[in-house]
Design a protein. Structure first.
Length: 111
């Protein structure tokens, strides 16, 4: 993952609800608000359970709250998928054929 992540909407949604960082922090399971600030600035990614808590609090999917992280992960998965496809092709018929997986590899696209 890159350190330069843009597209994070935690602050906008927090302000829309007129919540302080401390109040939001308590809602998602923290006893302090400074970690919320790190999430808002994308200087730290929230743990999965906290990201899901943000989704519940704001009623907005995690991918829409953290568009920068989402885009970064999507690019990484797309690269990994291409590597997997190349590996599968290189192994050819030497591997046991799995029609469902082969069809998924051919059809899957990201971006």
């Amino acid at each position: 993952m890159t350190k330069e992540v843009v597209g994070n909407y935690i602050r906008a949604h927090r302000r829309r609800l007129n919540l302080s960082q401390l109040e939001l922090g308590r809602l998602v399971g923290y006893n302090y608000g400074s970690v919320v600030g790190r999430h808002e600035r994308s200087s730290a990614a929230p743990p999965l359970l906290v990201a899901l808590a943000y989704e519940i609090v704001f009623d907005v999917p995690v991918a829409e709250l953290f568009t920068g992280f989402h885009a970064t992960v999507m690019q990484a998965v797309a690269r990994n998928l291409e590597e997997l496809k190349a590996l599968e092709k290189a192994n050819g018929e030497s591997r046991k054929s799995n029609p469902a997986k082969n069809r998924w590899l051919l059809e899957k696209r990201f971006g």
